[in-house]
Design a binder for this molecule. Sequence first.
Ligand code: ASP
Length: 419
Amino acid sequence: MKIKPTGNLYLAMLFIGIAAGAYCGWQFGPAMKSVAWMGTFFLNALKMLIVPLIVSSMIVGISSMGDVRKLGRQGGTIFIYYFATTGMAVFLGIIMVNIFQPGVGVELSETAVVPETVAGKEQIGPTDILLSLISPNIVKSAAELQILPLIVFSLCLGGILTTIGEKGQTVIRFFDGLNEALMKFVELVMYIAPIGVFGLVASKLGDAGGGEAFWGELVKIGKYSLTVLVGLGVHALVVLPILLTVLARRNPFRYGLGMLPAVGTAWSTASSSATLPVTLECAEERNKVSRRSALFVLPLGATINMDGTALYEAVAAIFIAQAVGIDLSAGQQVVIFLTATLAAVGAAGIPQAGLVTMVIVLKAVNLPLEGIGLILAVDWFLDRFRTCVNVWGDSVGAAVLDRFFPSGGRLERNLAGTD
Ligand code: ASP
């Protein structure tokens, strides 16, 4: 039998890889660090594809919308959709943390220090997010896998290419060919995913000291972890499926099943950017989202649309406030709502990026950065779940855009120069 990365047998193998990794990491603890190389091999293969894939996807996606001057409505729709769903996620997080009150009774010790992860980042603010949109050196940004400036650059370039006639079309056709070849490349890389996810999961759990050590850390702030997980669960399994049904007229079960390889990869890598190649493959091949919608919406979503991160930032900030005994006013909770949304937009699609941009939220309402120390030990674990929600939210966005602006073969006609 032929195993195709788009088939269900492949999906089963992927999840067996994750389950086996979790079992071995739990049982054998630090010894499993010896299989970390398998995960790194897979992760590097995905990362290798990110830069050319993002540049070609954005250029082809944007140019398939026709003349850039007509882009406004579609671009506007997807931005509104992204901001609205991120806002819903933060709102849900704020409700959850106010109901569960996970921080009450937790103590922040007098001697707590600002954790190393955020040390040196205390000064980041909202303007830094704006500045991160433009890179003074696009090659350096690409080399460092800074996706946001790369997206802005490709978006502008793709738009301009549509306005300069035949010469522009030649360049677009080049990127279209490149993109199609890269998608085949993604399929090849996906063949090693079942082993890759095994290595990633087993070594990470091993690194955390094995099952018992990890469980000990988790139950210490179990109520906080549960609040984040329940919030993420409600957003992913109730809110987004409703939007998918109502706005995109898609069956959420079938669409969810189609995205499962991407969700499994997101859980194993904790990185939306590294998962992007798989997300594109699942949306196009398994869920038949038009190529134009997938290429435009998914790379954008992987960096700016992070529902899971936004929800977690709000829960974590209010948890810290509860732990240090600060009663937040309604006004301060509104500030948390706004800054958590912004912090999620600014977070890169890499492991634990949300922990760093949380500085913005905490500073906005004068909460101690030392509080991050309280949630640090289990953050790698919760990060995996929020990354799944981030990726799932992006793919729902692609289906929504597809319904409102069906491509009707425009990509093909455009590339043939007949539209
Ligand atoms: N790891 C997340 C992602 O890549 C970002 C975060 O919340 O830290 O989507």
